[in-house]
Design a protein around this ligand. Structure first.
Ligand code: PLP
Length: 421
């Protein structure tokens, strides 16, 4: 404990924390070890984790299969660059992603963060139109409530007001950020939008669930309508599955659950098993072929230093092994049933505006604002790590969470609902 106080207090003076007004926000909880769906705090107490380290640790923390893959790769060859050199893990992973990705998505570009995976998708979409027809299609359609990252290009496609980047309107490029037309007139609304502009490179959407924007869910019909409209207008459709990919919605990809195949798909978060940073942008054959020509100008000029990081790819391959050998999607379905049973009844409370469940995601949206910082501390005092987003209290547990631990999380949310009146 003396030890922890030392690094924690000294470091807190110098570390700049994510999404935090550091002057007013309560300090974070120091964690010294992890296992399964649990976090051990420096004072020896345990937190049941309802978040999974920003939705990454779907197999649980310290999974032996993932640790072994990381160790073995580290000992033989931590990494070599992909420019001019090749290593097995990135190549194996690209081939396996092509195998499991929907439709003919088959060509993967690796990055180290989801934001950059979305940047690559956007760059590919703009260059696709240039390569194919010399057209300048430079703008994107994206949706209110959406979140695609924190870099400059991705800020421009996030929700402009409710997102975290409202200060930057006018600084980032102007896009068509519109209401998600999850309504009966969806076909007409989308048609009107796409037919009134000829500078649209792609439509970018988080399929089925907008994660960071508050776990907002929409119907597969909306994605089908987007697909059809994009096809009519020669516009690409990009699915940002960084949150929804790898079983989160109950199917391997939200695209599978919705029955809609995008032209480009972005992956991250659960791809990593929560261990090392890695993200991927996967293009369809049609998209890739516009780059695969005799012209050097048609090449994709992109190459992060650690593209295809060997340890990250080794862990991701081991994660795919777990999806093949463990009943991950059944586990998600069991979680979905338990979340539904435990949390849906809260929708009857007057202080609750909405309860939503899809796969291993549950959101309880309150009618009124509450003190989010105080709520976060309240959950920690009850042995749970739950981080509300605005008025939304959500759970995105590891797929391996034990039933009784999940019951503790849902119980804490029920108890919390009683305090919000
Ligand atoms: C987290 C997230 C991102 C950004 O990923 P980073 O790795 O944080 O850059 C982009 N899109 C979606 C849908 C996400 O959930």
């Amino acid at each position: 404990m003396a030890d922890c106080n030392d690094w924690f207090r000294t470091g807190l003076e110098h570390i700049w924390l994510p999404y935090a007004q550091m002057k007013t926000q309560p300090g974070p909880a120091p964690i010294v070890s992890t296992s399964g769906a649990r976090l051990e705090m420096a004072d020896g107490s345990t937190l049941i984790d309802g978040v999974g380290s920003w939705w990454t640790s779907v197999h649980g923390y310290n999974h032996p299969t993932l640790l072994k893959a990381a160790h073995e790769q580290l000992e033989t060859m931590p990494h070599v660059m992909l420019g001019g050199l090749a290593h097995e893990q990135a190549y194996r992973l690209a081939a396996r992603l092509a195998e499991i990705a929907p439709g003919d998505l088959y060509k993967t570009f690796f990055t180290e963060s989801g934001s950059v995976a979305v940047e690559v998708a956007m760059k590919v979409a703009v260059q696709y139109a240039m390569n194919l027809a010399g057209e300048r299609r430079t703008r994107f359609v994206s949706f209110k409530g959406g979140y695609h990252g924190d870099t400059f290009a991705t800020m421009s496609v996030c929700d402009p007001e409710e997102g975290m980047h409202s200060l930057f309107s006018g600084v980032v490029p102007d896009q068509y950020v519109v209401d998600l037309p999850d309504t009966d007139d969806r076909t007409a609304v989308i048609e009107k939008l796409l037919s009134s502009h000829n500078d649209i490179a792609a439509v970018l959407v988080e399929p089925l669930i907008q994660g960071a924007g508050g776990m907002r869910m929409h119907s597969p019909e909306t994605l089908k309508a987007l697909r059809e409209a994009c096809d009519r207008h020669g516009v690409l459709l990009i699915f940002d599955e960084i949150f929804t990919g790898f079983g989160r919605t109950g199917a391997m990809f939200a695209a599978d659950r919705a029955g809609v195949i995008p032209d480009i798909m972005c992956l991250g978060k659960a791809l990593t098993g929560g261990i090392t940073p890695l993200a991927a942008t996967i293009a369809s054959r049609k998209v890739y072929e516009a780059f695969h020509t005799d012209s050097v100008d048609h090449a994709l000029m992109h190459g992060p230093t650690f593209t295809g990081h060997a340890i990250g790819c080794a862990v991701a391959n081991a994660g795919l092994d777990l999806f093949e050998t463990k009943p991950r999607l059944e586990q998600v379905n069991t979680i979905e049933a338990q979340l539904t049973e435990r949390l849906m009844p809260l929708s009857k409370l007057p202080q609750v505006a909405d309860v939503r469940v899809c796969g291993a995601v549950a959101a309880v949206e309150f009618a009124d604002e509450f003190d989010v910082s105080a709520a976060r501390s309240w959950f920690i005092e009850r042995g749970t790590f739950i981080r509300p987003l605005g008025r939304v209290v959500y759970l995105t547990p590891a797929y391996v969470i034990e039933q009784k631990d999940l019951a503790t999380l849902t119980g804490a949310i029920s108890e919390f609902a009683d305090t919000v009146r």
